[in-house]
Design a protein around this ligand. Sequence first.
Ligand code: XIL
Length: 460
Amino acid sequence: MRRRLPLTIGVVASLALGAAIAVPQIASASSTLGQHAAARGKYFGSATDNPELTDAPYVSILSSEFNQITPGNTMKWQYTEPQQGQFSYGQADTVVSLARSNNQSVRGHTLVWHSQYPGWVDSVPANQLLGVMRNHVTNVAGHFQGQVIHWDVVNEAFEENGTRRQSVFQRNIGDSYIAEAFRAARAADPAAKLYYNDYNIEGLGAKSDAVYAMVQQFKAQGVPIDGVGMQAHLILGQVPSSIRQNIQRFADLGVDVAITELDIRMNLPRDATKDAQQANDYRTVVDACLAVTRCVGITVWDYTDKYSWIPSVFPGQGAALPYDENLNKKPAYTAIHDALAGTTTPPTTPTTTTPTSGPGGCTATYQIVSQWTGGFQANVTVRNTGTSAMNAWAVRWSFGAGQTVTNLWNGVVSSSGANVTVRNATYNGTIPANGTTSFGFLGSWTGSNPAPTGLTCGST
Ligand code: XIL
């Protein structure tokens, strides 16, 4: 059953993959995500799955927009060793050769995981499972030797509280199974970078602390680990604020970091406000990776809502990817593109600060928190500069370039043409002397987004 590609093909493939990763390319405004990422020394990739490969318009974008591919399913144990000792690589080979024909690198996903393995593994006597696991790793990593840049050697081995997940491997082999899997993978494919991959480790917390401790220990003990994969199955508006700091601390341990399965899900249906928030969230993740040299690339968990896994697993949620179900680009695409391109128009984090006093003894400070093509998020701080508490406030300004407020929180907005008035919400009208409160909003713009004029704050 086991097939090996002729050595020459493997060598040509690894040269092509090396070139796609290492050589910075000149990118222009119209360049693809992959080209922009390459110009920054990184990749931007997509997962895909075999059934989708009959969809020609889908394959066309998959083949041109990205410079890295991850098989979403068909390298998993269930597909590659469905019966003990019988290896089956046809579907994964199809994905790998498509990627190779497009000069895209491939991440191998995944060798040892508590899910999507065949039932026979549960019946292996406990004292034989280590040998069975090594055999699986040796065969699969051996088959794809020279053809994958990374392996997710072990996937999702920790619980949320940082303890080990009680998988069949943990129960029957014990803590050492992870290190053993890495050693077997290194022996089978010495050139592939070996990753530990998990979800909910994008920010600081008990689970990422546990992975951090493991990587630290592996480094001290000489266990061959090269990288940490942060899956990043994220929720709209909830990108962990510590993501950049967390990527950096892993990098500082001497391992690479990859964002391996990025999607940002929302409660359905989509609307313009959610799309704008999602664009902002994608930008935050891309900027975090760009900020850390050892963050080597980002993979979205497929690129279109047409083939996202989210709706089937999180009922009522979806629209998590940068292309919609009709393969049209969403605001998230533009945000990713502009972040990778390092676009300065619009500026990445424009800030305007215009404190003004109004009749009621308060000031308003208007600040753009982030901005992307067509949208922005702003925060306004209201300060009571009087000597006694105020019970109500109103902030007014005028937009000079046709900007509009699309969604506002912690206040009540009314607009008339270019003029915007925001009054307090029921719960934040009272501000003590010299105290502050704030509200925020998502806005849209075209052409330019200059600071508002006539910014005032008053008690009515
Ligand atoms: C998902 C696939 O996208 C689905 O098609 C499949 O039914 C289940 O697995 N974490 C992982 C991925 O590491 O392998 C999972 O992929 C998503 C969660």
